[in-house]
Write a protein that binds this ligand. Structure first.
Ligand code: GLP
Length: 263
């Protein structure tokens, strides 16, 4: 696992956007062999999306022959609900880049048969050859997507019940009341993320420091599901100085030191 420590959220986001754009540009894409990108929502990736949009508008990047799979979706929110992740993705990325909307894959939180919806999602990922790069954020309890503490580290796309901590954290998008946050969601599994050829996670802010310590310095553990990255052959966490507040001085020094010479 690589851990890149930037001064602040802005610099970490710019680095991540350039990394993603670099991977997309380097990949020889066709309709039959598209680049497959996994995507998150939340506040963490917003500046990354803004930078990707800028690069598309400047003609330096294209989403032609790119397929995207989003990580998760609340159960019970319609596509036009402003807090649905489908709505978020349109507003913050898809409406502003040259992606073929048929190539956008999102879980349907209103699906009549949610289990079948999850099965078909996994099938679609497999049919497209798997995810090349999965971008993600991290919840303050160390979760990836909506894989709350206790999730199986081999889990696949399925229904999950959200914890109180997650509903409290996301209440800010629902008028400040955790009771307004849906209690359940559809989410890719830890195993789904682990199958991606590469995983890039952005973690910024002091409120993520406790979880980042567990993920980086403790063992692989289902209580902090992002710790699964320790088992991934190509994983990067890009973070800011605030997020590393709870790491040992020696750990921070080590990662800064090896990144100096990274090629
Ligand atoms: C939710 C999402 C995660 C996201 C997390 C952190 O729980 N399901 O994918 O990483 O929130 O959100 P934020 O980036 O707003 O801190």
């Amino acid at each position: 696992m690589r851990l890149l420590i930037h001064k602040n959220h802005e610099e970490a986001s710019l680095w991540a956007a350039n990394y993603i754009a670099g991977r997309m540009n380097a990949y020889t894409r066709t309709a039959e062999k598209p680049f497959v990108l996994g995507l998150p929502t939340g506040s963490s990736p917003l500046l990354i999306y803004r930078e990707l949009i800028r690069q598309v508008q400047e003609g330096r990047l294209t989403f032609a022959d790119v397929h995207t799979f989003n990580m998760d979706e609340y159960i019970g929110l319609s596509a036009d609900h402003p807090q649905s992740y489908r709505y978020y993705m349109k507003e913050n990325l898809f409406n502003h880049v040259d992606i073929d909307h048929a190539n956008v894959h999102l879980l349907d939180g209103m699906a009549k048969d949610p289990q079948e919806e999850c099965r078909l999602y996994e099938e679609a990922i497999t049919r497209l050859g798997g995810i090349d790069l999965f971008l993600g954020g991290m919840g303050s309890d160390g979760h990836i997507a909506f894989n709350e503490p206790g999730s199986s580290l081999t889990s696949r796309t399925r229904i999950k019940t959200l914890t109180e901590e997650t509903r409290n954290a996301n209440a800010r998008f629902f008028g400040g009341d955790p009771a307004n946050v849906p209690a359940t969601a559809l989410t890719v599994g830890v195993g789904t993320v682990m199958d991606a050829r590469e995983v890039l996670i952005i973690v910024t802010g002091r409120n993520k420091a406790r979880a980042l310590h567990a993920v980086v310095e403790e063992g692989v553990n289902h209580k902090w599901t992002l710790s699964c990255l320790q088992m991934h052959p190509r994983a990067i966490i890009v973070c800011d100085e605030d997020a590393v507040d709870e790491l040992k001085v020696g750990t921070v020094r080590y990662f800064k030191d090896i990144e100096q010479d990274h090629i």
